[in-house]
Design a protein around this ligand. Structure first.
Ligand SMILES: [Fe+2]
Length: 239
């Protein structure tokens, strides 16, 4: 299966060429649609986008979801928890503080203070345009005989999902892990629920993948997940 990354330095945008058309992962920041469209149309007509997996509701993943819904007939695959969050246009993170919720490092906390605004345009998706996957029992791509499995990877947010490409064994983990300049020890900047986040890492480790492709930064070896699995246990909560 051919994979294209049409994203920017800030957010990767993976597109899979499949027999049923193009399957994409996430959008990007609000305002990014013209650039996305240009990059997509260099490869395929926009009408070829048949499915878009939304890893979670955050602004840098859902920023131009409205434009995608309008310009294509793509079905949006998402966790049902994302539905009210998308409609609200706000990240959960500010008011949602289960034990261990917070920034994963000092640089991450500075980024949060600097950026301040994590809102995004409200998105309401009609039921005929979405596939809500509330458990891993629901596997729309396996039903289409494609080697793609949706993984539930909560922790960064409660609505977080990812994708496993069975051959050659790649996990597209969204923000369940991160490999950008600002992240430390492959940890995502913000973590809603530390325990869930750790369990999602355990799940990714159990898949024995060859590579992890995060939404932010370059691909890395799953052995890093083992190496940094207990990084947060040694840290105090960072505000
Ligand atoms: Fe995120």
């Amino acid at each position: 299966m051919k994979i294209h990354n049409i994203g920017s330095y800030m957010v990767n945008n993976y597109m899979f060429e499949t027999p049923v058309g193009i399957i994409g992962i996430d959008t990007g920041y609000p305002g990014g649609f013209p650039k996305f469209k240009k990059r997509f149309e260099k490869l395929f007509p926009l009408s070829e986008l048949k499915y878009l997996i939304l890893t979670h509701h955050h602004d840098d993943h859902s920023g131009f979801l409205n434009e995608i819904i309008e310009a294509t007939n793509a079905k949006i695959i998402l966790h049902p928890t994302a539905i009210p969050l998308l409609a609200s246009g706000k990240a959960t993170s500010k008011n949602y503080t289960p034990p261990g919720s917070g920034y994963s490092s000092i640089p991450a906390s500075l980024f949060g203070k600097f950026k301040k605004d994590f809102s995004f345009p409200s998105v309401v998706i009609s039921s005929d345009r979405m596939i809500a996957v509330d458990s891993e029992e629901i596997q729309p791509f396996e039903d289409l005989n494609l080697p793609l499995k949706i993984l539930h990877l909560p922790g960064h947010t409660a609505d977080h999902i990812g994708l496993f490409l069975k051959e050659p064994g790649i996990i597209f983990c969204g923000d369940a892990a991160m490999n950008a300049v600002i992240s430390v020890a492959r940890h995502t900047i913000w973590i809603d629920d530390k325990a869930e986040f750790g369990r999602s890492w355990d799940k990714m480790i159990s898949y024995n993948a060859k590579k992890i492709y995060p939404a932010h930064g370059s691909p890395f070896s799953p052995s890093d997940l083992i190496k940094y699995r207990n990084y947060l246990e040694r840290k105090k909560k960072i505000e």
